[in-house]
Design a protein around this ligand. Structure first.
Ligand SMILES: [Zn+2]
Length: 344
């Protein structure tokens, strides 16, 4: 059965579309293959509108925001960010500064965002090289990545300075917006402590990137923490959302609002389990992470996608290693070799 997308035309960039009374869908452009993010505004009574996520910091998005702010009948009253990725947090600093309003995030997302956007501050990057070697990338690739890193301004280019103060959102909290109440649910794996908001009365879930239709959220292991088991965290924090009603309306950060939460959760679980099964078959003789990419990705990968693809393959293989399905050894080139012990 297909998911049921809501019967509303997708808004143009910068256009506000009312989905149900008091909840507005706003799209902002992204300069990637995935070319958009969905933001949501919720009527916050006399205070204004609460905003969920903010768009990446580019000149285009800034000009769209200036235009929207000049058209809105009320100010932005709260800025809520689901997680630290630049398409979500990018313009938060700009908006919090403009309206001088509270800024809501979970603890782990807020401090990880502050740390990552501040960059390495001159710390050595040999561990980035080592990470790429672990992944089985060629010396040529590692050298080029190093050159790109040293010449790139990093995340600060796409994230405005993050407000120095925040309001903490925790699992189970009830956040009041206007006369509606939103329960905080936490997802992990795509990011450390991803906030989802659920309204029990209207059965609406703002799912961020934790549950997406049509695409599977990136679950990665990156150089910051090469022994992370992010896929385990994702597979553990996805099923609890099955406790929400089957007829929940899901407002995701990418693609379109949809019905079919349970089905989508089950699809995402099966998607990862199929990958794990295929990987244990493929790794009967030892394999590098890079050589496993073809098991997970059928399409050609550009430079931007490759960064996420190797992280995604790493998370699946680490899962198999930590759960006892594969061994993990390092060869003389510093590459991890994963070898199946038993079928997933
Ligand atoms: Zn994300």
């Amino acid at each position: 059965m297909d998911l049921l997308y809501i019967d509303k035309a997708i808004p143009n960039a910068g256009e506000l579309k009312e989905i149900i009374p008091g909840i507005f869908w706003l799209r902002m452009p992204l300069p990637f293959d995935l070319d958009h993010i969905n933001l949501y505004l919720i009527d916050d009574g006399d205070a204004g509108y609460a905003l969920i996520d903010t768009g990446i910091s580019t000149a285009k998005v800034e000009s769209l925001w200036n235009d929207i702010c000049s058209r809105l009948d009320k100010p932005i009253s709260k800025v809520i960010v689901t997680h630290l990725h630049p398409d979500h947090i990018g313009m938060a600093g700009f908006l919090v500064e403009k309206f001088r309003v509270p800024f809501y995030m979970s603890h782990a997302e807020y401090f990880t965002a502050r740390a990552l956007s501040a960059g390495p501050r001159g710390a050595s990057d040999w561990q980035d090289d080592e990470y790429l070697a672990m992944c089985g990338m060629s010396e040529d690739y590692i050298g080029k990545a190093k050159a790109r890193r040293s010449s790139s301004p990093g995340l600060s280019q796409v994230i405005r300075p993050i407000p120095i103060q925040f309001e903490r959102l925790q699992a189970g909290d009830l956040l009041q917006i206007g006369n509606s109440n939103w329960r905080v649910h936490i997802g992990r794996g795509h990011s450390p402590e991803h906030v989802c908001l659920y309204n029990e009365e209207t059965k609406i879930l703002i799912s961020g990137d934790h549950v997406l239709p049509g695409i599977s959220p990136n679950i990665g292991v990156y150089s910051t923490e090469p022994n992370a088991n992010t896929l385990k965290m994702y597979l553990e924090t996805l099923p609890p959302f099955l406790n929400l009603p089957a007829d929940t309306l899901v407002l995701p950060s990418h693609k379109q609002p949809f019905y079919g939460l349970h089905q989508r959760i089950n699809e995402l679980m099966s998607h990862h389990k199929a990958h794990l099964k295929n990987l244990t078959e493929f790794c009967e003789s030892g394999k590098t992470i890079q050589s496993c990419l073809k098991v997970l990705f059928k399409r050609d990968l550009n430079e931007h996608n490759m960064f996420f693809a190797i992280a995604e393959a790493f998370s699946h293989l680490n899962y198999l290693y930590f759960e006892g399905y594969c061994s993990r050894d390092k060869n003389e080139h510093g590459q991890y070799i994963f070898t199946s012990i038993k079928q997933f």
